[in-house]
Design a protein around this ligand. Structure first.
Ligand code: 7TS
Length: 408
């Protein structure tokens, strides 16, 4: 079992007070806090071996290159890739998804179909909308049911010979739904379609093995898994990355250049043009070490427990609607209070030292579908405690009662 109290000691920011109250940080789906081990790894890089990579033979450059390449190795093992040739570093999940959409759109033509789900974050929707506009391809959506789960029975009728891409989020950042990735991937494969999985909300929280799942592409961000901002990952099967046209051209991504033309470097470097975020990679590697020490199964179990606790308490509050599945779900709870704007809910919780997020959570079509102007979302991670769930529920209850009285 995971010892959240002990883990908290590694996170300097969690000792902070806001408005004189202890910080209760429940905005982990937006970004997570960073442990000393990550902060120190980044700081040590700048203090001791800051240098550009892949460019010089001097000692510092060798050390930086080694650290940068070993961060790829670490990510590769973490997500069950075949090797570093399948792991390209980007800026974030958004850039990874744009890179895939941009590149795959070169293979699309009029009449081809792209299947998405209704619960996608804008980052896994807008790039495909643009790809469809450019190519004349058509977007189709797997709908969600009243429980916030995908209507999987639609999948067989949506997928056909024209389906070229199936792009879906593994875990919804609004509903907490854990989608049946294996089932979706296998149905897509049967139709010969390419699968793109948005792992931004799953890779940090549960074991995700790309090879076992069989997805063709997988995107996620370091900053949602204890690592620094500014670095993300695109996993792709090597035979597909081999065929992928780079988005950026320039230094480091080439093996040979003449005045007329250029040849691409080997994978993954050909997809990482220019000076990369070496400190970010070092920080991400330290974050992975930290997560592995705790164990992804333990993390998932801890979040399940917290979510169950939070939902049980929130369900008792009158005038509250909670979104998402009842049972199997990820570590977050989105809710709305009858007639109160989510921005007001989050501002009032903020005054209690509780950091949550209110709004559409970058999934506007989903918010509209739920018939709300957004929701308030509390999202959890390894350092959150049962006591914090109680604080959240008590603060929401107080707020709901106050709002109820105002309406009378
Ligand atoms: N996909 C999902 C499912 C996400 O939740 C997010 C970010 C992204 C992609 C994009 O990640 P980025 O690192 O490239 O920005 N989600 C959220 C959120 O729910 N609140 O703030 C950011």
């Amino acid at each position: 079992m995971l010892n959240a109290k002990k883990i908290r000691e590694d996170f300097p920011i969690l000792k902070r007070k806001v408005y004189g109250k202890p910080l209760v940080y429940l905005d982990n789906a937006a970004t997570t806090q960073k442990p000393m081990q990550v902060i120190e790894a980044i700081s040590r890089y700048y203090r001791e071996y800051n240098s550009n990579v892949h460019r010089a033979v001097h000692k510092l450059s060798q050390e930086a290159t080694e650290a940068y390449e070993s961060a790829h190795e670490k990510v590769s093992n973490f997500i069950g890739a075949k090797g570093i040739q399948e792991v390209a570093f980007t800026k974030n999940a958004t850039e990874s998804l744009n890179l895939v959409a941009n590149s795959l759109s070169r293979q699309l033509s009029k009449g081809d179909e792209i299947i998405l789900t209704q619960m996608e974050h804008h980052s896994n929707m807008v790039p495909w909308q643009q790809a469809a506009k450019r190519t004349g391809a058509r977007l189709k959506y797997i709908e969600i049911d009243g429980n916030g789960e995908l209507k999987m029975q639609q999948l067989q009728s949506l997928i056909n010979k024209k389906t070229k891409i199936v792009a879906f989020t593994h875990v919804s950042n609004v509903l907490g739904t854990i989608n049946p990735a294996k089932e979706i991937i296998s149905a897509a494969k049967d139709a010969g379609a390419i699968t793109v999985m948005d792992g931004a909300q799953s890779v940090p929280h549960m074991p995700v093995n790309a090879q076992k799942l069989g997805c063709d592409f997988l995107a996620f961000s370091s900053h949602k898994m204890l690592g620094p901002m500014g670095i993300g990952v695109l996993y792709g099967k090597d035979e597909l990355l081999e065929k992928m046209e780079p988005l950026l051209y320039g230094g480091d991504m080439v093996s040979e250049v003449s005045f007329e033309d250029a040849k691409w470097n080997e994978l993954p470097w050909r997809l990482e043009a220019g000076t990369p975020d070496v400190a970010g990679a070092v920080g991400l590697a330290a974050a992975i070490d930290y997560l592995l020490k705790i164990g992804l199964e333990n993390i998932h179990d801890h979040e399940k427990l917290l979510t169950k606790l939070a939902i049980e308490k929130l369900q008792q509050i009158a005038g509250l609607a909670i979104y998402g599945p009842e049972a199997e779900r990820a570590g977050l709870a989105s809710f709305s209070i009858n007639g109160v704007h989510p921005h007001d809910v989050s501002a009032l919780l903020d005054a209690e030292g509780i950091a949550v997020r209110g709004g559409h959570h970058c999934a506007m079509p989903l918010a509209r579908l739920l018939g709300t102007f957004g929701s308030t979302r509390a999202s959890f991670y390894i350092y959150n405690t049962a006591q914090e769930m109680e604080k959240l529920a008590a603060a929401v209850e107080k707020l709901a009662a106050r709002m109820g009285k105002l309406r009378k």
